[in-house]
Design a binder for this molecule. Sequence first.
Ligand code: HEC
Length: 143
Amino acid sequence: MPIRRVSSLAIFFLGLAVSAESQQKQIKYVPVKSTSRTSAQEMYTAYCAVCHGVDGKGRGPAAEALRVAPSDLTMLAKRNGGMYPSDHVTSSIRGDSHLPAHGAREMPAWGREVFWRMSQGQTSEVQLRVSNLNRYIESLQAK
Ligand code: HEC
């Protein structure tokens, strides 16, 4: 299988760079940092906070450079009649829930692309990362 030959350097992630001349924020691709598959907080800080904010409220430093505002991840349960939409979160993180009709995807397909390559195609590791992040986001829900 060719996936075995993908090195971690081939994995890219969106980072933030502020260009000095224009003073405009630009999204820049930087190599993805490796994180522990079991530490959701470490993954969240490394991969999600740049857009969704450390507190999950959608005000990370890259947010204003995006066309679509990052969701307030603390309001998912409230917006869903008090029920945390776990399946929806899983498919959002995996990158499955975006239909082309919904416009350009601003959020990387973490599960299907980044975590998949990071684990060299090991489905169980991808699932572990996604479910740990899912539980972490559940813990951020506004009461
Ligand atoms: C480059 C910016 C960016 C990064 C990084 C990012 N997101 Fe997002 N995310 C978005 C945007 C923009 C949306 C909403 C618009 C959309 O559907 O594309 C979104 C939507 C979501 C949703 C769906 C919420 C809803 O309202 O239905 C979840 C869940 C989510 N992100 C989780 C994560 C997690 C977990 C990470 C880290 C692994 C992450 N995001 C990293 C930009 C980002």
